[in-house]
Design a protein around this ligand. Structure first.
Ligand code: CP
Length: 341
């Protein structure tokens, strides 16, 4: 079965390679490459829902999941995807690493790189961490979310899910993002991804949570502070939670007031298209950003988003399995480049 699947994936791929050696930003991928990822993920989804779930195409590789912030979806799916491919996966959390003892990020990167990992999947509260590691490590670095900046694989699974329910051409659909786009790294990647695919976006949030120059930097995005106007005839309603761990609570009068104004419930959703789907970038804060009267209905495609994340991360690891060899990094990290004393 896995030989058959491999042949099928290779036939779809037709020798295509991803150009990038790391995934730091969604812009590291082209539209054609993302379309390919989606086609491959579709086949992987069918396979994973069958009885036999294990592939071993990357046996002998190692993957460090270096998470300096909490995660359920991203870390679990990257780990499961790696294990499924036969990769040895190791988890390092912020509390376990020597960063806690004062070691710098650069020295941590040098140290971890000496373990010869093929992949480092990194999540950090600091924007730019993935880029910094990618520049300083021989390992392939995959950004699992950095500060307010980006979360590229999350944006991929969002678009994959939108296309699954609303068709591949989303240019004429009404796509509404509700919530804290200021502090959201998912929004950072989504803004870029929707620009690449020319998908118009309506953002609904208070003025305090709008990103500076958002509509100038991304002209395909408009801001509509009135949620009911934004939701009218919407095809996709995508909720992004209030990022309270990033001080977002200071940007609204109170969580209760925010929830009353911007929390999505079944009554508000009535003005949307009757077949509108509701997405959530996760983690969901029930009754604050989305109410149970939507979450537990078939309007919510949130479970599909999670599964899509597993499939897409598996495909990404597979396609990037040999990339370590191609990487060119700063020579100062390698013994042959050390300065003689
Ligand atoms: N969406 C997302 O990144 O979820 P986790 O924080 O659970 O990984």
């Amino acid at each position: 079965m896995d030989k058959e699947l491999l042949e099928k994936l290779e036939a779809i791929r037709q020798g295509a390679q991803l150009k990038t050696t790391d995934l730091v930003s969604i812009e590291d991928l082209s539209v054609n490459e993302i379309d390919l990822l989606f086609k491959l993920a579709h086949e992987i989804a069918i396979f994973l829902q069958g009885d036999m779930k294990k592939l071993s195409w990357l046996k002998g590789k190692t993957q460090l999941n270096f998470f300096l912030e909490n995660s359920t979806r991203t870390r679990t799916s990257f780990e499961l995807a790696g294990k499924n491919l036969g990769i040895d996966t190791i988890n390092i959390s912020g509390n376990q690493s020597s960063l806690k003892k004062g070691e710098s990020l650069l020295d941590t990167a040098i140290t971890l790189d000496q373990m010869q990992p093929d992949f480092v999947v990194v999540r950090s509260p600091y924007s730019g961490t993935a880029h910094y590691l990618a520049k300083n490590m021989k390992s392939v670095v995959l950004n699992a979310g950095d500060g307010w900046n980006e979360h590229p694989t999350q944006a991929l699974l969002e678009l994959y899910t939108m296309q699954k329910y609303q068709g591949n051409d989303l240019k004429n659909k009404k796509y509404v993002i509700v919530g804290d786009v200021l502090h959201s790294r998912v929004f950072g990647s989504l803004a870029r991804l929707t620009s690449m695919y020319q998908i118009p976006v309506v953002v609904s949030c208070p003025y305090t949570l709008v990103r500076p120059q958002m509509t100038e930097v991304w002209p395909h995005i408009t801001h509509e502070p009135d949620l009911m106007k934004a939701l009218a005839e919407a095809d996709i309603v995508h909720v992004i939670r209030l990022q309270t761990e990033r001080a977002a609570a200071a940007f609204v009068p109170s969580i209760r007031e925010y929830s009353k104004t911007y929390g999505l419930n079944a009554t508000k959703l009535k003005v949307a298209h009757p077949k509108a789907i509701v997405m959530h970038a996760g983690p969901v804060i029930r009754e604050v950003d989305v109410h149970t009267d939507i979450l537990e209905t078939d309007r919510s495609v949130i479970p599909d988003q999670v599964f899509a994340g597993y499939c897409l991360r598996l495909v990404l690891l597979w396609l990037m399995g040999q990339k370590r060899k191609e990487k060119k990094v700063l020579p100062r990290l390698f013994p042959q480049a050390r300065v003689s004393m």
